[in-house]
Design a binder for this molecule. Structure first.
Ligand SMILES: [Zn+2]
Length: 284
């Protein structure tokens, strides 16, 4: 079946991309205070966002007025931080995830697919209102590393526009689907004021729809400064999150957004994979 072959090929390419870039990070990869961390797990990305039912598109824009009082983020060069990131949403299962995160007072980063933002603007507003960080992940889950300048520009700007329409906020970071990047993408992202944020821990949750396995892999692999790649479009992943949070909290981790992990400000055009926290800052 040709569709199946195409999907398999895409997964293979995605896995190779993650693997290659893990072994040989290219220029511009920002690693702060090298030394403490080991080689990151081989990365790969979910095939693509599933199709969802259209959202309600209600016009509420009272996000700011209900914002909880913000807690100052920790200094991740001094304490153990981890950033949970969720790609490909929002979709129905995102509601359950937001409940889990709210109950545990954990902030995460959502790498949003623009067309899903248009289907579920109310979920994007809720993410924003509850203090999570919003980021782009292309409009159609396109392979941006292989796309033309025109296509990249369209994918990035349509997603930015959709998020801005839903929340009033404009993201300053993005993650290319499959981790597939290019010099052209870096340049265009910089011109649009966006940094690229990749990941260090990938439990392959899109392939292994087993909550216990996802939880175990994440908890085992996280180091101070890790960025964890998850997908809120899978309920099995959402159901792994309570255990991930509870276990890592018990180990003393603080949960931060991607920007907070790097001190609150990302540089447009830079690529971020992890913060190797603690080194030279009092941690052994
Ligand atoms: Zn994705």
């Amino acid at each position: 079946m040709s569709l199946l072959r195409r999907v398999s090929a895409a997964v293979l390419v995605a896995a190779m991309f993650g693997w290659l870039s893990t072994l040989a990070p290219h220029d511009g990869v920002l690693r702060l205070t090298a030394a403490q961390n080991k080689a990151p797990a081989a990365g790969s990305e979910a095939p693509r966002a599933g199709s969802e039912t259209p959202g309600t598109g209600d016009g509420a824009s009272a996000a700011e007025s209900e914002a909880p009082k913000p807690k100052p983020p920790p200094d991740c060069t001094k304490v153990k931080c981890v950033a949970l990131t969720f790609d490909d949403g929002p979709t129905e299962s995102t509601r359950e995830l937001l409940d889990v995160l709210a109950a545990r007072d954990v902030k995460a980063t959502f790498f949003l697919v623009g067309r899903n933002v248009e289907k579920h603007p109310e979920l994007v507003r809720r993410e924003h209102r509850e203090g999570h960080e919003l980021a782009g992940h292309s409009f159609t889950h396109a392979d941006l590393g292989k796309s033309s300048k025109k296509k990249i520009t369209s994918e990035l700007s349509r997603t930015q526009d959709a998020i801005r329409r839903a929340t009033g906020a404009t993201p300053d970071l993005m993650r290319p689907p499959y981790g597939s990047t290019s010099k052209q993408l870096v340049k265009l992202a910089r011109e649009m004021g966006m940094a690229q944020v990749m990941w260090t821990v990938d439990p392959l949750d899109w392939r292994n729809r087993d909550s216990d396995a996802v939880e175990r892999r994440v908890v085992k692999s996280v180091k101070p400064g890790s960025i964890v790649l998850l997908h809120d479009i899978h309920r099995t992943t959402v159901r792994a999150v309570p255990g991930i949070i509870d276990e890592l909290k018990a180990e003393g981790y603080e949960f931060v957004t991607a920007s907070e992990l790097f001190g609150g400000k990302l540089t447009p055009g830079k690529e971020y994979r992890e913060l190797e926290s603690g080194d030279g800052q009092g941690h052994p």
